[in-house]
Design a protein around this ligand. Structure first.
Ligand SMILES: [Zn+2]
Length: 119
């Protein structure tokens, strides 16, 4: 078996990134939700295996049930307490994704945590 060189890996990643893009756009186009879910599942698998970043697709699907979100399957809420954040709720499985809007606070929490548990 031929040795896998760094160049091969880079080439594979490029192909993988293209496939991820294709799979997501297929998922976006299809009317069939089950099929779309299958595409998203495949895309995330490919991305994970080849460490491809999801980029613009990152917040477009539910990480729990792999549904590609649209106006019917997603609820977006803005919450100000305990701190400002956006809550993405998947209406298919009820899973929530919280995105804090205050970066400094997030940073502070991280430093607090790491100072409490020095590793
Ligand atoms: Zn879901």
């Amino acid at each position: 078996m031929a040795r896998i060189t760094r160049r091969d890996k880079e080439y594979q990643r490029k192909i993988a990134a293209e496939r991820v893009e294709i799979l997501f756009s297929l998922a976006e186009k299809t009317e069939d939700r089950e099929l779309a879910r299958r595409y998203v599942d495949l895309a995330t698998r490919v991305a994970r295996k080849h460490r491809v970043k999801l980029g613009k697709w990152k917040l477009r699907f539910c990480k729990n049930c792999k549904t590609l979100w649209d106006a019917e399957t997603l609820r977006v809420r803005l919450i100000s307490r305990p701190y400002p954040m956006i809550v993405y709720q998947c209406l298919v499985c009820g899973w929530e994704r919280r995105i804090p809007l205050v970066r400094e606070k997030k940073e502070r929490r991280r430093t607090l945590r790491s100072s409490k548990h020095p590793s």
